[in-house]
Design a protein around this ligand. Structure first.
Ligand code: TPP
Ligand code: MG
Length: 338
């Protein structure tokens, strides 16, 4: 494939048809983002205020547009491989909210029978969620193998592997990308560049803002920089190379520029963030920006949007109440997993 470095802007209203975007699809994008946000806010409250959940949990708040753009693009048979910040990916592929809450509670009704927890929420093979790894970067070479199988089977399906800006500095990333290019696998290397890797600003390590991008150069694959706070930009990036991807011409990289509106994990109040930085990114909140746009374009009515928010909150609360009735595996059941 021709090597390309492109910046992908949004899709304009007059181009919706060209990109097979219907009103229903646009609404679904907004809905996906709203559900993810409401789920994450509930999770945060359960950890911090109610003390019901324990352990680590890395929230997707501020990054919802990436999942929404991917959801609009993927079709049955496509696979996703996720990482430690994967709650949004789990919701995006459609795993029932109740099962996700059960998993967070450590209950056997969870998608991983309660033994996976927060960092394994996006695993639901029937819906295309094949795997998630908390070992930063390790999921990339695994995804290359999965995509290689898709290629050998001539399925026309693709794999999307999610990873953060921190992951581009691992050896596994470099090995994974070079193999993906060499084997020409149908893989989207989707870097969610949310500015931070734990408590470190990735760009600061190199005194150069473009460092994440530079990591992708030299492998001979197309690189698209998309607005990770706009689902249409993410979707457009994916659509740009769909034909090449599905026909086995090789992988592409997408660098989605976004921001983690919360700390690294629920416990982290991010005192290291410069004053005003979060406020700046709040003014680019993907849900507010996209809902305003759809209201202005007449795709969604203002009242309808308010209803969506209210109904989603209710749906989330109900799912949690149902999940609470579950129970953890007993010892015998646990042995059955070994
Ligand atoms: C190989 C490895 N090194 C270190 C860690 C500890 N760790 C967990 S998340 C994280 C930061 C990852 O940052 P990034 O890839 O940008 O993802 P983000 O958390 O921002 O979504 C680190 C260093 C780990 N899990 N695995
Ligand atoms: Mg990051």
């Amino acid at each position: 494939m021709k090597i390309d470095l492109n910046f992908i802007d949004t899709i304009l209203i007059g181009e919706y048809e060209k990109f097979s975007l219907t009103k229903a699809k646009l609404k679904e994008m907004l809905e996906t983002m709203i559900i993810i946000r409401a789920f994450e806010e509930k999770v945060e409250a359960l950890f911090l205020k109610e003390g019901i959940l324990m352990g680590p949990s890395h929230l997707y708040i501020g990054m919802e547009a990436i999942a929404a753009g991917v959801r609009a693009f993927i079709r049955k048979g496509d696979l996703i491989i996720s990482h430690h910040r994967g709650h949004g990916h789990a919701i995006m592929i459609g795993t029932e909210l109740e099962r996700l809450f059960a998993e967070l509670l450590g209950f056997k009704e969870g998608n991983m029978k309660g033994v996976g927890g927060s960092m394994h929420l996006p695993i639901d093979p029937e819906r295309g969620g094949l795997y998630a790894s908390a070992i930063v970067g390790s999921q990339i070479p695994i995804a290359v193998g999965v995509a290689y199988a898709q290629k050998l089977r001539k399925t026309g399906n693709i794999t999307i592997v999610f990873f953060g800006d921190g992951a581009v500095n691992t050896g596994a990333f470099a090995e994974g990308v070079v193999m993906s290019a060499f084997l020409k696998v149908p893989l989207v290397l989707l870097c969610e560049n949310n500015v931070y890797a734990e408590f470190t600003k990735t760009a600061d390590l190199f005194e150069d803002d473009s460092v994440v991008l530079q990591r992708f150069i030299g492998y001979g694959i197309p690189i698209l920089v998309v607005n990770g706070n706009d689902p249409l930009s993410v979707y457009k990036g994916l659509k740009t190379y769909e034909e090449e991807l599905r026909s086995g011409k090789g992988p592409i990289a997408i660098v989605a520029m976004t921001y983690r509106l919360k700390g690294h994990g629920v416990y982290d109040k991010s005192p290291y963030k410069p004053l005003g930085e979060e406020d700046l990114w709040r003014s680019r909140d993907p849900i507010i920006t996209f809902s305003n746009r759809l209201i202005n374009e007449g795709v969604v009515m203002a009242g309808e949007y308010e209803e969506m928010l209210k109904n989603t909150k209710r749906k989330i609360d109900e799912a949690f109440e149902r999940a609470k009735r579950g129970s953890p595996m007993n010892i015998e059941e646990l042995y059955s997993l070994v």
